[in-house]
Design a protein around this ligand. Structure first.
Ligand SMILES: [Zn+2]
Length: 338
């Protein structure tokens, strides 16, 4: 009887939404309002802010992602039909990356409010959505950042790396490549090999599309014990380096979503990370139309950094800021090991 109940749980889920499940919670998806870091650590007292070497298994046909940190996945109580479907050949891929959330995670703040007031923790009926982003570097290690259109409801004029939601049936890599093309016009081609794995190309160069970081992103404006945060995303960040200089890469910006773009020099990012004073001008572009006609424009580094929203009502989104910081720290560690 138990197994039938479990299968029904999964069938109730809208398949257009991602289901994020963590270890010991594989029988039910994590809902918005519950902190992912709390779930994966399994012990609320620890209050950990990140996990290195976090394992994620993603099934692209189901849009389900299983998360595990520390111990092994435990599928002992999981319905056999579900397990068979989940692990079907070629549909599932394993990732190992760092999982982190904001030090001001609204979900965790909500839990603490409930605990302090001795009120029950209410989770919403909404599933956490899955999103992907691309840290795209040119051959000279400049990073592409785009500015979200000022008309957008969420994070208008925030600076981000290109990305968006995963569609049902897509692998994470296919999703991030599609979003990159839609938002910037940069085409990455793919080929499926006989064993089902995908190879990606740009300008005849084979690309490594490497996942390096995952962030629990929660947007919330007012939290009290009756109002848990309603929206939540798990954002998986990928990293790619092209073999062209950015001056040779033509951008065709998706004007409804993007109203500016810059390639940021690594020294500029380091400067910001080290919180050095002084400003810089960076040459970027703004779109003139949706056909790829652009105009060059000078942006100030202080427009891009620090966190959104800054004094210009711009700045980099917190998730993207933390992903960039982690990526650069990791690179420095690798260099110092040589
Ligand atoms: Zn959290």
């Amino acid at each position: 009887m138990e197994s039938i109940k479990n299968l029904q749980n999964f069938e109730l889920i809208d398949r257009d939404y991602v289901v994020v499940t963590a270890q010991n919670h594989l029988l039910e998806p994590i809902k918005c309002g519950c902190c992912l870091m709390d779930y994966v650590q399994g012990d609320y007292q620890k209050n950990l802010e990140n996990f290195d070497n976090c394992m994620m298994i993603y099934n692209k046909k189901m849009n389900h992602i299983h998360i595990q940190c520390g111990s092994k996945f435990n599928y002992s109580g999981v319905n056999l039909d579900y397990k068979t479907q989940f692990f079907k050949n070629g549909d599932t891929k394993l990732y190992e990356l760092r999982l982190e959330h904001s030090d001001t995670c609204p979900n965790r703040i909500y839990r603490r409010i409930c605990q302090d007031q001795e009120m029950p923790i209410i989770s919403t009926d909404k599933n956490i959505k899955l999103a992907v982003c691309m840290a795209l570097f040119d051959s000279e290690r400049n990073l592409l950042l785009t500015r979200r259109n000022s008309n957008l409801r969420v994070f208008p004029h925030a600076w981000v790396m290109p990305g968006g939601h995963i569609d049902l049936g897509e692998s994470l890599e296919e999703g991030v490549v599609r979003e990159l093309k839609e938002e910037t016009g940069i085409q990455i081609d793919s080929m499926t090999m006989k064993n089902g794995s995908m190879v990606f190309f740009h300008n005849t160069q084979e690309l490594q599309i490497e996942p390096f970081y995952a962030f629990e992103s929660v947007s919330s404006f007012s939290i009290d014990h009756k109002n848990p945060p309603k929206g939540g995303h798990l954002i998986v960040f990928f990293r790619v380096q092209l073999n062209q200089k950015h001056s040779e890469i033509k951008l065709k910006l998706q004007t409804e979503e993007v109203d500016g773009a810059v390639w940021v020099d690594k020294s500029h990012i380091q400067r910001f990370l080290n919180k050095q004073d002084g400003d810089f001008q960076i040459k970027g572009i703004v779109p003139l139309d949706s056909n790829g006609r652009n105009q060059s424009k000078m942006f100030n580094l202080s427009q891009l950094f620090p966190n959104y929203p800054n004094q210009d009502r711009e700045g980099i989104s917190k998730a993207h800021n933390m992903a960039i910081k982690y990526m650069l720290q990791k690179q420095l560690q690798q260099i110092s090991k040589l």
